[in-house]
Write a protein that binds this ligand. Structure first.
Ligand code: F3S
Length: 61
């Protein structure tokens, strides 16, 4: 499983970083996923952040 932040959509609100800092970090004005392989333990946080992103910029698949 991977989380991917769409750089075109992300408005840099930072919510995903607050929810799951071990998965998402800010890179300048946008968030990036810092994990190549999301563990089962991280999946809930990764999906929660994706669900709460105001512009639906995150895909977890
Ligand atoms: Fe960007 Fe959404 Fe995170 S706007 S900073 S991907 S919550």
């Amino acid at each position: 499983m991977r989380a991917v932040v769409d750089a075109e959509k992300c408005i840099g609100c930072g919510l995903c970083v607050q929810i799951a800092p071990d998965i998402y970090q800010m890179d300048g004005d946008i968030a990036v996923s810092i994990v190549n392989n999301i563990s089962e333990k991280q999946l809930e946080d990764a999906e929660n952040a994706a669900a709460q992103c105001p512009v639906e910029a995150i895909t977890v698949a």
